[in-house]
Design a protein around this ligand. Sequence first.
Ligand code: SAH
Ligand code: SF4
Length: 380
Amino acid sequence: MTELPLAAPLPAISEVPPSLLAAWLAARGEPAFRTAQVLGGAHRPSAAGFADLSDLPGSLRGALAEAFRFSTIRTSHVLVTDDRLTAKAVHELGDGQRIESVLMRAPGSGGRRPRTTICISSQAGCAVGCPFCATGQAGFARQLTPGEIVDQVLHWHRSPWQALGADWSPTQREGHYNIVFMGMGEPLANADRVFRAIELLNDRRRLGVGARHITVSTSGVVPGIDRMVDELAQVNLAISLHAPDDELRDRLVPINRKWPIAAVLEAGRRFARVTRRRVSLEYVLIDNLNDAPGQAARLAALARGWLSHVNLIPLNPTPGSAWSGTPAAGVRAFAEVVRNAGVPVTVRDTRGREIEAACGQLHAQLAGRPLPSRPDLVPA
Ligand code: SAH
Ligand code: SF4
C-alpha cells in the first residue's frame, strides 16, 4: 500500500484573506454579509471555537470547523504572577515547536488609564545568537506564520484570562492593548510574515489594533528597518543596541558584524525623520560589561540630537551565561549620566522575572519535558 502524502493543514481563520473566505462562503450560497460576521465572531473574546459563533446557522458552523483551523497554536502552560498583573503562556505549534507570549498589565494611576501589553514571538528560536539571551542560546528552529503570530494575541484576547478572574480581560475591561514583538525571535528576519501579521492585527474586521499600539523590536536588521519606514510608518521601532561601540556589540549582538552601529543608527535616524516617531534604543545592563559611566556617556552621544530615547533593562540572567544584571544603584548612576547628557531615558520594569519572562527562558527550561494536555495554571 502506498502511503498517502500528509494533508496540508487547514487554513487558519486568523490569517485567511477575507477575499478567500468570501469566495468559500459564496460557493456555499451564503449571503455576502457572512464574511464580516464570521471574521468578527472568530475574533470575539468569548469564542473558543466555531461552535460558539451562535449567530451563524449550525450547518455553517460545522462546515467552517471542517474547512478552517480556529487556532494554529495550542497553549500548554499559563503562568501567573505579580498579583495577576503578569502572565506568560507557552504555546505548542502544529509541528511540536514551542513559543512564548507574555501579558503585562500596568494598573491605572493618577488619572492614567490602565495599560495592557502583549509581548509576542516572531520565530521559533532565533539565529542572531546574542549570548545573554535564552532564545539566542537555543538557536533557530523556524519562521512563524502570520497566523501563528496573530494567534498569540488572540490567545490573550480569548479564554485563559477568564480563569484568572473577571477583571482580567485586556479587551473587554480596559478597551485596548499594546503589542510588542519582544518575545522569541528576530521579527525583521521574518519581515514578510511579520508585516502580514501586523496587517491582520490592524484589520478592523478582525482585532483592529491600531498600528500606533504596535512596536517592533530589532537587533538591527537594516533592510528591515528601511522597509518599516516605507511600509509600516505608523508602527513603533525599538532597536536593541546594548553596547556603545562595535567591538563590544560584535560580541553581544553578533548581527553587528553585518550591520554595525553606524549603519543601524543611520537607519534609525531615517525612521525617526520620515515617520516623526521616537525610536527606542534598548540597552540591557550587564554587570561590569557595558555599564561603566564612560559607556553611558558614549551611549548618550549616539542617542543625542535626534528623535530617540534610551530604555535601560537590567539583565535577567539566563542559566546558559555567567553574566548578571547591573545592581540597582549602578542602573540609577548609568541612567543619570544619560539623562544629564540631555537624552530621555527610562528604566524598564523587570516584572515577570519570577516567571522567567525574558526571551525564551521558560522555553529553555521546559525543553524536552512532556507537557500537560490542558493549559496548566501555575500561580507563582
Ligand atoms: N530579537 C529582537 C526582539 C526580541 S528580544 C531584539 O533583539 O530586539 C526583545 C528584547 O529582550 C531585546 O531588547 C533583547 O535584547 C532583550 N533580552 C533578551 N534576553 C534578555 C535577558 N536575558 N535579559 C533582559 N533582556 C533580554
Ligand atoms: Fe535573537 Fe533578540 Fe534574543 Fe538576540 S536578543 S538572540 S536578536 S531574540
